[in-house]
Design a protein around this ligand. Structure first.
Ligand SMILES: [Zn+2]
Length: 154
C-alpha cells in the first residue's frame, strides 16, 4: 500500500491555524511541485460548514492567484478543516503565508463570490459569504502559524 504523507501527520499534536509544507516533488525532467496544508481549524474539534468551505474555495482559487505565482490547485480537505495548495516551484513558507494573509484580508472586504452560477459551479446553491468571512476572520485573529506543532509567527 502506498504511503500517504498526510496520513502520517499526528492530527492530535497540531495547533491550527497553520501553514505546513506537506511535500516537494521533483521529476527527472526538472519540474518541481510543492504542496502545502493550509489548516484553518483544529482537527477533530471543529469543521467548516460546507457553505463556508465552498465559498472559501471559490475565493481562494481566485484571489490567492493574484498574490502568489505558479498555483496549480487549491482544494478543500475532505475533513473540512482547511485546504491543500499545490504549486509549481519551491517558495519559502513565509511567501505563501503572506500571500494567504493578504487573500484572507481581501475576503473580509469582498461583496461577491466568483463563479456562483449554475453554469460555472457544481453546487451553486451551497455558498455562504457571511460564513466564509467569519472563518477567514477567525484565522486572521488567531494568526497563521508557520509551524504545525508550535505557534510560530516568524
Ligand atoms: Zn463551486
Amino acid at each position: 500500500m502506498a504511503k500517504v504523507e498526510s496520513f502520517e501527520l499526528d492530527h492530535n499534536l497540531v495547533k491550527a491555524p497553520y501553514l505546513r509544507v506537506a511535500g516537494v516533488e521533483k521529476n527527472d525532467k526538472g519540474s518541481t511541485v510543492q504542496k502545502y496544508d493550509l489548516r484553518f481549524l483544529q482537527p477533530n474539534q471543529d469543521a467548516l460548514p460546507t457553505g463556508a468551505l465552498h465559498t472559501l474555495e471559490h475565493l481562494l482559487a481566485t484571489y490567492l492567484r493574484d498574490e502568489l505565482d505558479g498555483i496549480i490547485d487549491i482544494s478543500p480537505m475532505g475533513c473540512r478543516t482547511g485546504f491543500y495548495l499545490i504549486k509549481w516551484e519551491e517558495d519559502s513558507p513565509e511567501v505563501v503565508v503572506e500571500a494567504l494573509e493578504k487573500t484572507l484580508q481581501r475576503i473580509l472586504d469582498t461583496e461577491e463570490v466568483p463563479a456562483v452560477s449554475q453554469i460555472s459551479c457544481g453546487n451553486y446553491k451551497d455558498h455562504s459569504l457571511f460564513s466564509a468571512k467569519e472563518y477567514a476572520k477567525n484565522v486572521l485573529e488567531k494568526g497563521l502559524s508557520r509551524d504545525p506543532f508550535e505557534r510560530t509567527f516568524a
